[in-house]
Design a protein around this ligand. Structure first.
Ligand code: ADP
Ligand code: MG
Length: 514
């Protein structure tokens, strides 16, 4: 429900006012929840009341969708029956593991068993877990299909099927797998499919492919849409951008990371190669960080996420595998090392910060070829993007100089090595050089020579006067064209799609779909 300004009207119910079992209320209390979030307030009472209802729930990132389906789902399960009664599908292993974590906590006093199924796990382990007759399955589509095809799963007792982040499942290429799974839970009835179970779909974003699934498999679903004006982006987020000339992304990233105290966040990259490069860059500057992408072993992926949640390190560099659903409390920043190709991806990546009403800062690093993407993104989401104020070079240098001077002051000038060095320097320096610099200048030169990459602190690599606009795309191009060859103010010629010069990262498919 939205007011005129597009803001979701908060109607937060107390969990105790919902018709929940005592055991469920206990678990909810143990998790520290007292008041339901708006999506939970709207969805839980409805699903509890309905014996058989399909549902589409769209709500912004970090709004508590997991418990919104988890609570009613568990309330519908009969713990005495050792049969699979609920199936939750999620696009990534990380999200599946996280859903199991929340459902696990909720079901603790209910005497139920759950199991997570994803690729990379041993079949033997999965077979033996299945023998324990779990009532709740949480799965990524690929491995689930394998098990179904091997006749290892019996879904005939299924009461609830949840598709979490369905649009991501489709964009990851799981459509066929999803259809296969749905063929086990639904049967053809004219143009539609009838299900023996309720089907609930949850996401912060929708895609045309999902509507196809929805039209075919969901029966007169109730649609609950709690997307504020910003299309699923939490309103507690601030969105900034930094524009650099071609080839200076790394310098901008370093400057941003180095000048934010207590940075705790995720840097999202488009490719594994970018992830590796950024990791090497930060480590080369003694910034501790870890990285996550699809090529890493599952155990390592889990370990990295656990360590991030435990604040054992504070900077994660990741591809979109970490963009969906991952819930790490209190992340302060999300940086888009480059803008993603799809709007949904921007929304979900950004939604890793500013969760559950917290504040969060999102910074996108842009080269001129990204200008049109940002314009389209602003038009489609109505997000207000503002330039990020980089900390002044002068201030950052002050910090560096001070810490270097502190270190210098620890040297004892009467030590043997210092005496030797002083003698050698005295012999090496010509009289002219000795007279040339003051002590301060010599120290400054020393610090300067120790700093690894001076271009980090250069101000002339930034383009100051780009402002995202909501003009039609055609005008973007024409304007850019007319400026080509001129002194670079605003979008330079590399901004033109298909144009020869400059733009390093051109999207291979049409970028932002509006
Ligand atoms: P979404 O799926 O909408 O992105 P999550 O289900 O991951 O959001 O929840 C986001 C965070 O909010 C989690 O840390 C979760 O534990 C917390 N949370 C969910 N519901 C409540 C509630 N009613 N009260 C307090 N915290 C909550
Ligand atoms: Mg979620």
């Amino acid at each position: 429900m939205c007011d005129e300004s597009g803001l979701v009207i908060m109607q937060n119910l107390e969990f105790s006012s919902m018709s929940l079992s005592d055991e469920m209320l206990q678990s909810i209390q143990k998790m520290g929840y007292t008041t339901a979030t708006p999506i939970q307030s709207e969805v839980i009472p409805y699903l509890l009341q309905q014996e058989n209802a399909d549902l589409v729930a769209l709500a912004q990132t970090g709004s508590g969708k997991t418990a919104a389906f988890g609570v009613p789902l568990l309330e519908k399960i009969d713990a005495r029956q050792g049969q699979i009664q609920a199936l939750v599908l999620a696009p990534t292993r990380e999200l599946a593991a996280q859903i199991e974590d929340i459902l696990g906590k909720l079901m603790k006093p209910l005497g139920m068993r759950s199991m997570t199924i994803y690729g990379g796990q041993s079949y033997t382990v999965q077979r033996s877990q299945l023998k324990k007759k779990p009532q709740v399955l949480i799965a990524t589509p690929g491995r689930l299909v394998d098990l179904l095809n091997q006749n290892l799963l019996d879904l005939t007792g299924l009461k609830v099927l949840v598709l979490d982040e369905a649009d991501r499942m489709l964009s990851m290429g799981f459509e066929e797998d999803l259809q296969t799974i749905l063929s086990y839970t639904h049967s053809a009835d004219g143009d539609h499919e009838r299900a023996s179970c309720q089907t609930w779909l949850f996401s912060a974003t929708m895609a045309p492919g999902v509507k196809r699934i929805l039209n075919r498999y969901l029966h007169k679903p109730k649609i609950v849409e709690q997307l504020s004006g910003n299309q699923g982006v939490s309103s507690t987020l601030k969105h900034h951008f930094v524009t650099v000339r071609n080839g200076y992304r790394k310098q901008a990233l370093l400057r941003i990371v180095k000048s934010i105290d207590n940075f705790y966040g995720i840097i999202f990259c488009q490719t594994k190669k970018d992830v590796a490069e950024v990791e090497e860059l930060l480590r080369g500057h003694d910034i501790s960080c870890m990285s996550l992408h699809g090529d890493k072993q599952q155990r390592e992926r889990e370990h990295i996420l656990k360590s991030l949640k435990a604040e054992k390190f504070s900077i994660l560099i990741a591809t979109d595998v970490a963009a969906r659903g991952i819930d790490v409390k209190n992340l302060s920043h999300v940086i888009h090392y480059s803008l993603p190709i799809e709007i949904e991806s921007y929304i979900h990546r950004s939604g890793r910060t500013g969760r559950n009403g917290e504040e969060g800062l999102v910074i996108s690093i842009m080269e001129p070829s990204d200008f049109s993407k940002l314009n389209r993104l602003q038009r489609a989401t109505k997000i207000q993007f503002t330039p990020y104020s980089l900390r002044k070079t002068e201030d950052v240098l002050k910090g560096i100089a001070k810490s270097e001077l502190d270190q210098l002051s620890h040297f004892k000038s009467d030590s043997h090595i210092m005496r030797e060095l002083k003698k050698i320097c005295g012999e090496l320096l010509t009289e002219q050089e000795t007279n040339l610099f003051s002590t301060a200048e010599w120290i400054a030169a020393l610090i300067h020579s120790k700093m690894r990459d001076h271009s980090i602190w250069r101000d002339d690599i930034y383009i100051q006067d780009f402002n995202p606009q909501s003009r039609p795309e055609g005008r973007d191009r024409r304007e850019t064209g007319s400026r080509s060859g001129q002194k670079r103010r605003g979008p330079p010629s590399s901004f033109r799609r298909g144009g020869g010069g400059g733009g390093r990262r051109k999207p291979s498919k049409p970028s932002f779909k509006s």
